[in-house]
Design a protein around this ligand. Structure first.
Ligand code: TEU
Ligand code: CA
Length: 535
């Protein structure tokens, strides 16, 4: 028997706190700034905010390196401000989903400070120490093993040297994490987004990192010890997930998580053999089959899906897959319509709702992200030309998603009265919230409409999915529920396309950027999209 849950019907919104709204003029976004923007988010209609980390941190990886899980980073505010955000958000029917980063801590966390003191320190086994490194590498370039001079041993860090991996085989670590989670649950958070949670079952000696043998055992233990008897949204970040693996995390009877972020579609933006840094044109046939597989293989009752174009680690999808110049507004709307009428919990990344774009980075001194900075150094040492490396960073570096939110046409797009920590995109004069709210045809109102449709129509949340055969550039699918059938058609291209079907329109067009007279022979202008009831 399938149990309906609140997190199946909401649309969530991801905030990267450093770049959302500064309230004290230091050029860095903060919690008070977020609270001041809750009415805007209530107007958009979202009901959950995934808040990227705001905990105490030396900010080596902008907060994904935590030195105190139960304290707020001074640069973001304090616990009073956090409690106020929780209260103000909950008053507006918006739940705060905290970012749970427990694959690793900061090297400035007291546990690691202790662990480094000596081999027999009580906290030594909170982390992974070996006498010799093996071939494991860090996502942020180089070996995953860092020599600790004092003890002559190496510690594991799958990310930066300042992000030592926790040893999840140590039950003291697991229970300390569960206690911390209950601290936040008792504060009334709406759930957790779990950073690289597929790595906590790692077996370093066998060079196993994702999907280790005890991963699901740990998640069931965590579920029982923390959120299991609460009605929270839990979403795992699982880069290597397939639909089958997604079921292991989200099948209701397994009592693990609500859903996962899968990244199979993200992987289509670069060559399979190249880990990340060279963008290739999107293969639309592959894209349609990957997205459809996720709709079909994760049927209602078998597990739950999330749907997203963007997050703080990805280039703006509008820039790499849409058309952020000639057809910025149309393609942004078309991409929104395509995803927001599918089954699964949609996550909107800050700025996506107004069509923000990648930034034209030219030189490495403009870059802040440790992943790009480390890759730059690594490739300079390998003889790459700076302009070639910058071309990769400009196309797909993480700073593209982290340029400050563009609120209006005042100084620094209204993000700060000071000097922004990362450059504001010059296109804020044309792309900003104030103008979007004043324009009934803006991308914002397409998102607002789609969000309201999901609240009003169960077919969007629970309907069956069927991909239709079309020309390569056209993505068309059916949704069927309780005897009704809806047709979604998107021209995912700069070309003029045609679509024809034997269906007859049976309801008014909704959330459209096209209005076909009939369905028997539809002419689609670049990035036209529509959804209509059919019979
Ligand atoms: O990201 C996991 C992760 O692997 C990404 O860094 C991704 O592989 C890479 O950015 C793609 O190029 C999570 C967080 O979302 C990310 O911001 C953190 O840097 C990382 O974990 C470490 O906490
Ligand atoms: Ca600030």
């Amino acid at each position: 028997t399938f149990e309906k849950k609140w997190w199946q019907t909401v649309v969530a919104y991801q905030i990267y706190p450093r770049s959302y709204q500064d309230s004290n003029g230091d050029g860095i976004g903060d919690i008070k700034g977020i609270t001041s923007r809750l009415d805007y988010l209530a107007k958009l209609g979202i009901n959950a905010i995934w808040l990227s980390p705001v905990y105490a941190s030396p900010m080596d990886d902008n907060g994904y390196d935590i030195s105190d899980y139960e304290a707020i980073a001074e640069v973001f505010g304090d616990m009073t401000a956090m409690d106020e955000l929780l209260a103000q958000a909950n008053q507006r029917g918006i739940k705060i989903i905290m970012d749970l980063v427990v694959n690793h801590t900061s090297d400035e966390h007291p546990w690691f400070v202790e662990a480094k003191k000596s081999k027999d320190n009580a906290y030594r086994e909170y982390y992974v120490w070996r006498d010799q490194p093996n071939d494991l590498t860090s996502t942020f370039s180089g070996s995953a093993w860092q020599l600790d001079e004092a003890s002559g041993q190496y510690y594991l860090h799958l990310f930066s040297k300042k992000q030592p991996d926790l040893n999840w085989e140590n039950e003291k670590v697991r229970h300390a994490i569960y206690d911390m989670m209950n601290f936040w649950i008792d504060k009334g958070v709406g759930g957790f987004r779990m950073d690289v949670i597929d790595l906590i079952g790692k077996l370093p000696d066998q060079e196993i990192t994702a999907n280790g043998p005890k991963l699901h055992e740990y998640l069931r233990e965590m579920n029982q010890a923390t959120f299991g008897d609460k009605d929270l949204l839990t979403v795992g970040e699982t880069w290597g997930a397939t639909p089958e693996i997604a079921k292991l995390y989200s099948a209701p009877e397994r009592q693990e998580l609500s859903m996962v972020f899968q990244f199979e579609h993200v992987g289509l933006s670069h060559k399979p053999e190249d880990p990340k840094w060279d963008v290739i044109a999107l293969d639309k046939t592959k894209f349609k089959s990957v997205i459809s597989k996720w709709q079909l293989d994760l049927a209602v009752g078998e597990g739950w899906n999330s749907i997203f174009w963007n997050n703080h680690d990805l280039p703006r999808a509008l820039s790499i897959w849409g058309n952020d110049t000639l057809y910025r507004v149309q393609s942004a709307k078309a991409m929104a319509i395509l995803f927001h009428l599918m089954r699964g919990t949609p996550f909107i990344y800050q700025g996506e709702e107004i069509g923000m774009t990648n930034y034209p980075f030219e030189t490495i001194d403009q870059i802040k992200d440790i992943e790009s900075l480390n890759m730059y150094q690594e490739r300079i040492a390998l003889g790459y030309k700076p302009e070639a490396i910058m071309a990769s960073i400009r196309a797909i570096g993480r700073d593209n998603a982290r340029t400050p939110m563009q609120w209006d046409t005042s100084h620094a797009a209204g993000f700060t009265i000071g000097t922004p920590w990362l450059a504001v995109n010059d296109n804020y004069e044309a792309i900003n919230v104030a103008d979007a709210l004043d324009d009934p045809n803006s991308i914002f109102y397409t998102y607002q409409k789609l969000i309201s449709l999901r609240k009003a129509h169960e077919w969007i949340v629970y309907g069956d999915y069927e991909l239709l055969e079309t020309s390569e550039n056209v993505f068309a699918y059916l949704r069927k529920y309780a005897g009704e059938t809806y047709l979604v058609v998107v021209n995912f291209s700069d070309e003029h396309e045609e679509f024809s079907s034997e269906f007859v329109k049976s309801s008014e067009i909704i959330a459209n950027v096209a209005f076909p007279e009939t369905l028997t022979h539809v002419k689609l202008a670049p990035w036209d999209a529509f959804v209509v009831g059919v019979s």
